[in-house]
Design a protein around this ligand. Structure first.
Ligand SMILES: [Zn+2]
Ligand SMILES: [Zn+2]
Length: 359
């Protein structure tokens, strides 16, 4: 209850002006950046939220931020407590033992000092701190010290997340380098497996650039001269692979994508904004977390969608003469509730090979 009452003093809006100073601006900026980065890193890279460790870690990060900010604002806005203007000791004879402050027109109470920055006599003054733009003294000694204790602990936790994120990134990078792949090629290989399984084909996709030994793969990237192997245009492949087997697979996937795409008709205009406020709450809360573009839609247009989320679709606009010359492709995300599936799908190309499974 005592802590709550100290927050209520915050209603003194005059104190808000303490925020307009380089100390609090820098301190709050650093707290905001570190907390946000640690939370994003822990969710996206290192410790996914759906795991127990991930949730505990995330709750702890929020907890650090809340506790750090609580003590920081308490130290700043509750302040040290000032000796009342015109104060004098109860027993007037005791004034002979006290110093007199001409600015405050009062006696200086024991352990108080006049602060030139605050322009007041401060109770049990410790020092004037530019980071809270206030004095540290009688009332905020505890919250200021707790802030000093919690801030480094929170930083250690955030630093651990940053290091693990970097380590995870390095680990993933080395894993694909030792197989002589890139991230995109790993993705193509995954899609190749998916395509073969989907059409139940009697073929096996072998990644052509894997030299068969981790060391040989490693030396394709890291060389003593610092110049990577080859000319970047032609690449050595395994003996049992065609020199273009990866690009052949890519062409097959492209053809397959066309077959699997679904034709939609635009029923409602969409501005292409990242956060379409007029397209429903669910659409706003499930915005795709990607830098891929959003496309503007006009009623009556047609789209070939290649993938989607529950409330969003990704696809290519089917271009007609009304589009400007030189525009070859318009593709991106759009809300699902702006379009409706065409009764006859534009599946003109046959499946590449083999029998198509029922969907
Ligand atoms: Zn004074
Ligand atoms: Zn001060």
């Amino acid at each position: 209850m005592g802590a709550f009452c100290s927050v209520i003093k915050f209603e003194n809006l005059q104190e808000l002006k303490r925020l307009c100073h380089w100390g609090p601006i820098i301190a709050l900026g650093v707290i905001a950046i570190c907390s946000t980065m640690a939370m994003i890193d822990s969710v996206l890279w290192y410790w996914p939220l759906h795991t127990t460790g991930g949730s505990v870690n995330f709750i702890m990060l929020i907890n650090w931020t809340v506790m750090i900010l609580y003590n920081y604002f308490n130290a700043m806005f509750v302040g040290p407590g000032f000796v009342p203007l015109g104060w004098k000791p109860e027993n007037s004879q005791d004034s002979m033992y006290l110093q007199y402050c001409k600015v405050c027109q009062a006696y200086k109470a024991p352990r108080s000092h006049h602060c030139r920055k605050c322009n007041r006599c401060v109770m049990k003054m410790d020092h004037h701190c530019p980071w809270i733009n206030n004095c540290c003294g009688y009332q905020n000694h505890a919250s200021f010290t707790l802030f000093l204790l919690l801030a480094p602990l929170g930083c250690i936790h955030a630093a651990f997340i940053f290091v693990m994120t970097m380590y995870t990134q390095l680990y993933n990078r080395m894993k694909i380098i030792l197989r002589n792949k890139t991230s995109i090629e790993s993705w193509i290989e995954e899609k190749a497996k998916d395509r073969i399984q989907y059409y139940q084909l009697d073929e096996v996709f072998v990644f052509p650039y894997d030299m068969g030994s981790k060391w040989k793969n490693f030396t394709q990237v890291f060389t003593w001269s610092g110049v990577p192997e080859g000319d970047g245009l032609e690449w050595p492949v395994r003996e049992d692979c065609h020199p273009y087997s990866l690009t052949i697979e890519q062409l097959k996937q492209k053809a397959d994508k066309r077959v699997r795409s679904v034709r939609y008709k635009v029923t409602e205009d969409y501005s292409g904004s990242c956060c379409p406020l007029n397209k429903g709450i669910k659409t706003i809360f499930t915005i795709p977390c990607t830098e891929e573009p959003r496309i503007q839609l006009r009623k009556g247009e047609f789209i070939l969608a290649t993938r989607g989320l529950r409330y969003w679709l990704y696809g290519d606009k089917i271009l007609d003469d009304s589009f400007a010359e030189g525009v070859s492709r318009i593709r991106g995300w759009f809300p699902r509730n702006c379009v409706e599936k065409c009764p006859c799908e534009a599946e003109t190309d046959p499946a590449p090979e083999g029998e198509k499974k029922n969907r």
